[in-house]
Design a protein around this ligand. Sequence first.
Ligand code: SF4
Length: 188
Amino acid sequence: MSQEKSLERPKPTIVPPPEGHTGTGFFATSIDQAIGLARKNSLWPLPFATSCCGIEFMSAMSSHYDLSRFGMERLSFSPRQSDLLMVMGTIAKKMAPVLREVYTQMAEPKWVLSMGACASTGGIFDTYSVLQGIDRIIPVDVYIPGCPPRPEQIIDGILKIQELAANESLRRRYSKEYEDLLKKYAID
Ligand code: SF4
């Protein structure tokens, strides 16, 4: 009788799940949120720098401001491997088709950040040869004001893009609104 008793297994202790969990060992989320989290933390920027704002960006990338703290230290000059186009500097009209080509070569999903007065509006160069804002040729997600913007502003702009990437619905890029937006820019 005493031998039978010793073979009995002790009852397992069930630890109560922490807040946000629906059971031991897993938690519930949505695929949108999981993918948004991954996208947000793995943005690869393509710096399209044509003038002084590009120099300010170098400062934001350097050790003092350390833009790479967001996990995006891998700048890419290959459009196919980038998902964040950062336009910094004066864009001459002659340069516009090149910028547009770079944008169209980037794979979806992609975001565009317009940094500084020149990229956003032409800035002080209200002349026949300068594009008066890159949103005349490609859609822009976030604008950073300033001439040039401070590195803190650049970081703020990146955080705004991260917010967009994290909260974007997976259906957005297939939606009618997005199709219409691209049509407006005559982009297939
Ligand atoms: S916004 Fe100012 S700093 Fe930036 S490219 Fe134009 S002139 Fe240079």
